[in-house]
Design a protein around this ligand. Sequence first.
Ligand SMILES: Cc1cc2nc3c(=O)[nH]c(=O)nc-3n(C[C@H](O)[C@H](O)[C@H](O)COP(=O)(O)O)c2cc1C
Length: 345
Amino acid sequence: MAALHTRLTELLGIEHPIIQEGMGPYRTDHLAAAVSNAGGLGTVSMPGMTQDPDVGARVLREHIEEVATLTERPFAVNVPVGRDASGSVLPVSEAYIRAVIEARTADSALAGQLRVLTTSAGFPGEFRALIRDAGLIHMHKVGATAHAKKAEAAGVDVVIASGYEMGGHTHTSPVHTFVLVPNVTEAVSVPVVLSGGARDGRTLAAALTLGADGVAMGTRFIATEDNTDWHPAYAERILAAREGDDAVFPAVYGPARGLRNAGVQRLLEILDNGELQGDELNRWKDEALIRAQSTGDVDAGIMAAGQVASAISDLVRVAEFVPRMAEEAAEILTRLAAATSPARV
Ligand SMILES: Cc1cc2nc3c(=O)[nH]c(=O)nc-3n(C[C@H](O)[C@H](O)[C@H](O)COP(=O)(O)O)c2cc1C
């Protein structure tokens, strides 16, 4: 079987340059373990930005410990970094960062596996030294080249460049994957991971061609047999989605992309008539998201998903899908290299 070795596989100690990204507020424990066991990098997701910080940190810690019982391979945790009106990092984001560090300090075997912290949304500049000194590999997700440069200057180890077509919280200023990724790979020298719209070996090969060292995906991994933390009705909606079935709506800390349904329609009404505001509104959004995942309320709940949902039509097993995706990318790159070889002219 052809293998793909990149700076990402080297740095993280994984077999395939394929990452399952954080998908909070949903639970992704079994999925993360399945992806890590398949040779990629699974990610534990945060349990919600409207959680009480102490409760949220405790739940995140339980998820981390659960994943460590399901895999012996490396895995990551994702923490979105929100800020309040005065610019301070939200207490819940700080609590999550500290929970990751404390989980490592408390258990050296776990520390060997929990190697990566992926931050997203805002950049946690004031926690950068803490993250580095804790021995974590720091990946940071950006939607703009300027943010990638800023993250590199602050010392992050890997930049995830995620295009506007991504599922979940997306970016205020829309730059799509095919423009963003080569811009970012030209601008920084740390490894870059393409995110937003990846789904198969062709997209992994394309990512490497654009100068990236791997891909990260959210939506593709929802429609997997291993995603046992989620109600199957959610995956069924991903499989049924067609181009144009997605919508961007205001979420907890910026715009988010999901599948258009009655839940999104209801959110737009609430925003329009001002029925709920502030914390109450954010809690409504988090609950609507969690209901879709846990009870399969895919009509009145809210389903975060990317545009790539329109291209996903099969439920796959992670153990087969991840190595097959890497193999397909390697085959494509080998075929293209042969097609351009001087020996043929
Ligand atoms: C259901 C869902 C929930 C998400 N939640 C988060 C999150 O908590 N933190 C985060 O950084 N990104 C979140 N995202 C974005 C993903 O981490 C990832 O960047 C995105 O899914 C990549 O694009 P794709 O959906 O086209 O694969 C979420 C995406 C989805 C689909």
